[in-house]
Design a protein around this ligand. Structure first.
Ligand SMILES: [Zn+2]
Length: 167
Protein backbone atom coordinates (compact mmCIF):
# COMPACT_ATOMS: atom_id res chain seq x y z
CA UNK A 1 0.00 0.00 0.00
CA UNK A 2 1.30 3.37 -0.89
CA UNK A 3 1.02 5.91 1.83
CA UNK A 4 1.29 9.44 0.76
CA UNK A 5 2.43 11.97 3.24
CA UNK A 6 1.41 15.40 2.28
CA UNK A 7 3.93 17.90 3.44
CA UNK A 8 2.21 20.98 4.59
CA UNK A 9 3.97 24.04 3.43
CA UNK A 10 4.09 26.64 6.16
CA UNK A 11 2.01 29.63 5.24
CA UNK A 12 4.08 32.55 4.04
CA UNK A 13 4.51 35.09 6.78
CA UNK A 14 5.59 38.60 6.04
CA UNK A 15 8.41 40.34 7.81
CA UNK A 16 7.10 43.40 9.61
CA UNK A 17 8.81 46.67 8.69
CA UNK A 18 8.77 48.99 11.69
CA UNK A 19 8.88 52.73 10.90
CA UNK A 20 11.55 53.14 13.60
CA UNK A 21 15.03 51.68 13.28
CA UNK A 22 15.95 49.85 15.45
CA UNK A 23 12.43 48.61 16.10
CA UNK A 24 11.21 48.86 19.70
CA UNK A 25 9.54 45.84 21.34
CA UNK A 26 6.44 45.54 19.19
CA UNK A 27 3.28 43.45 19.44
CA UNK A 28 1.53 42.76 16.15
CA UNK A 29 -2.15 42.09 16.81
CA UNK A 30 -2.84 40.31 13.54
CA UNK A 31 -1.84 36.98 11.92
CA UNK A 32 0.48 36.49 8.95
CA UNK A 33 3.71 38.06 10.23
CA UNK A 34 7.04 36.61 11.35
CA UNK A 35 8.22 36.74 14.93
CA UNK A 36 11.65 38.34 15.32
CA UNK A 37 13.87 39.27 18.23
CA UNK A 38 11.86 42.43 18.93
CA UNK A 39 8.56 41.71 17.20
CA UNK A 40 6.00 39.24 18.55
CA UNK A 41 2.84 38.23 16.72
CA UNK A 42 -0.47 37.81 18.58
CA UNK A 43 -2.88 36.47 15.94
CA UNK A 44 -5.87 36.64 18.32
CA UNK A 45 -5.36 40.32 19.02
CA UNK A 46 -4.88 42.08 22.33
CA UNK A 47 -5.17 39.78 25.38
CA UNK A 48 -3.25 38.44 28.36
CA UNK A 49 -0.30 37.10 26.39
CA UNK A 50 0.13 40.39 24.55
CA UNK A 51 -0.12 42.23 27.89
CA UNK A 52 2.61 40.04 29.40
CA UNK A 53 4.87 40.89 26.49
CA UNK A 54 4.77 44.56 27.61
CA UNK A 55 5.05 46.03 24.14
CA UNK A 56 6.51 49.50 23.68
CA UNK A 57 4.78 49.74 20.33
CA UNK A 58 1.85 47.97 18.68
CA UNK A 59 0.79 47.29 15.11
CA UNK A 60 -2.80 46.27 14.39
CA UNK A 61 -5.65 46.62 11.92
CA UNK A 62 -7.72 49.72 12.48
CA UNK A 63 -10.68 47.73 13.84
CA UNK A 64 -8.48 46.19 16.56
CA UNK A 65 -7.02 49.59 17.48
CA UNK A 66 -10.54 50.97 17.84
CA UNK A 67 -11.49 47.97 20.00
CA UNK A 68 -8.59 48.45 22.44
CA UNK A 69 -8.59 52.25 22.45
CA UNK A 70 -10.36 52.31 25.82
CA UNK A 71 -7.93 49.92 27.55
CA UNK A 72 -5.36 52.49 28.67
CA UNK A 73 -2.32 50.82 27.17
CA UNK A 74 0.95 52.40 28.18
CA UNK A 75 3.03 52.60 25.04
CA UNK A 76 6.37 54.32 24.61
CA UNK A 77 6.65 54.38 20.86
CA UNK A 78 4.61 54.19 17.72
CA UNK A 79 1.19 52.77 16.95
CA UNK A 80 1.09 51.32 13.45
CA UNK A 81 -2.31 51.01 11.81
CA UNK A 82 -2.41 48.28 9.16
CA UNK A 83 -4.72 48.86 6.21
CA UNK A 84 -5.28 46.70 3.14
CA UNK A 85 -6.52 47.23 -0.44
CA UNK A 86 -10.26 47.79 -0.53
CA UNK A 87 -10.25 49.42 2.90
CA UNK A 88 -10.25 53.13 3.57
CA UNK A 89 -7.11 54.73 4.91
CA UNK A 90 -7.15 56.19 8.40
CA UNK A 91 -9.55 59.09 8.82
CA UNK A 92 -8.74 62.22 10.81
CA UNK A 93 -11.14 60.90 13.50
CA UNK A 94 -9.19 57.61 13.74
CA UNK A 95 -5.92 59.48 14.11
CA UNK A 96 -7.38 61.71 16.76
CA UNK A 97 -8.81 58.75 18.68
CA UNK A 98 -5.56 56.75 18.52
CA UNK A 99 -3.47 59.74 19.55
CA UNK A 100 -5.65 60.34 22.61
CA UNK A 101 -5.89 56.63 23.47
CA UNK A 102 -2.24 55.64 23.07
CA UNK A 103 -0.35 58.92 23.39
CA UNK A 104 2.24 58.03 20.76
CA UNK A 105 2.57 58.93 17.06
CA UNK A 106 0.38 57.00 14.64
CA UNK A 107 1.82 55.56 11.43
CA UNK A 108 -0.29 53.96 8.75
CA UNK A 109 1.00 51.05 6.69
CA UNK A 110 -0.75 49.99 3.53
CA UNK A 111 -0.19 46.26 2.92
CA UNK A 112 -1.10 43.76 0.21
CA UNK A 113 -3.12 40.61 1.00
CA UNK A 114 0.13 38.83 2.04
CA UNK A 115 1.02 41.66 4.43
CA UNK A 116 3.85 42.93 2.25
CA UNK A 117 4.28 46.69 2.57
CA UNK A 118 2.91 48.64 -0.39
CA UNK A 119 3.32 52.06 1.20
CA UNK A 120 4.25 53.36 4.65
CA UNK A 121 3.97 56.60 6.54
CA UNK A 122 7.16 58.44 7.55
CA UNK A 123 8.05 60.81 10.39
CA UNK A 124 6.77 63.77 8.37
CA UNK A 125 3.26 62.20 8.44
CA UNK A 126 2.61 63.58 5.00
CA UNK A 127 1.24 60.65 3.04
CA UNK A 128 2.62 57.13 2.68
CA UNK A 129 5.86 56.45 0.77
CA UNK A 130 5.36 53.84 -1.95
CA UNK A 131 7.57 50.75 -1.80
CA UNK A 132 5.80 48.72 -4.49
CA UNK A 133 2.55 48.66 -6.45
CA UNK A 134 0.07 51.50 -5.91
CA UNK A 135 0.02 52.29 -9.67
CA UNK A 136 -3.73 52.76 -9.52
CA UNK A 137 -3.51 55.40 -6.81
CA UNK A 138 -2.89 59.11 -7.09
CA UNK A 139 0.78 59.75 -6.33
CA UNK A 140 2.34 62.86 -4.83
CA UNK A 141 5.83 63.39 -6.25
CA UNK A 142 6.97 66.56 -4.50
CA UNK A 143 9.89 66.09 -2.10
CA UNK A 144 8.85 65.05 1.41
CA UNK A 145 10.06 66.83 4.54
CA UNK A 146 11.62 63.55 5.75
CA UNK A 147 14.12 63.58 2.87
CA UNK A 148 12.84 60.39 1.24
CA UNK A 149 12.26 61.15 -2.44
CA UNK A 150 9.98 58.22 -3.24
CA UNK A 151 6.43 59.15 -4.29
CA UNK A 152 3.68 59.14 -1.70
CA UNK A 153 0.03 58.21 -1.68
CA UNK A 154 -2.46 60.24 0.26
CA UNK A 155 -4.57 57.67 2.07
CA UNK A 156 -7.78 58.73 3.67
CA UNK A 157 -11.51 58.22 3.47
CA UNK A 158 -12.72 57.38 -0.02
CA UNK A 159 -14.26 60.14 -2.07
CA UNK A 160 -17.79 58.79 -1.61
CA UNK A 161 -17.30 58.95 2.16
CA UNK A 162 -16.09 62.54 1.88
CA UNK A 163 -19.12 63.43 -0.17
CA UNK A 164 -21.31 61.99 2.60
CA UNK A 165 -19.43 63.97 5.23
CA UNK A 166 -19.83 67.21 3.30
CA UNK A 167 -23.51 66.66 2.50
ZN1 LIG B 1 8.40 61.32 4.09
Amino acid sequence: MLIRIKLQRPKQRARFVHPMNPAPRTAILSPGFQNTRTVRVFPQGWGLSAQRFHPQSIAAPRAELRRIASQELRLEHAVIALTHPGEDGLSAADRDLFWRAFGVPVYEQYLDENNRVLAMECDAHSGLHVLRGCEDLHLEREACACGDRSPRVARGPRVDELVKLLA
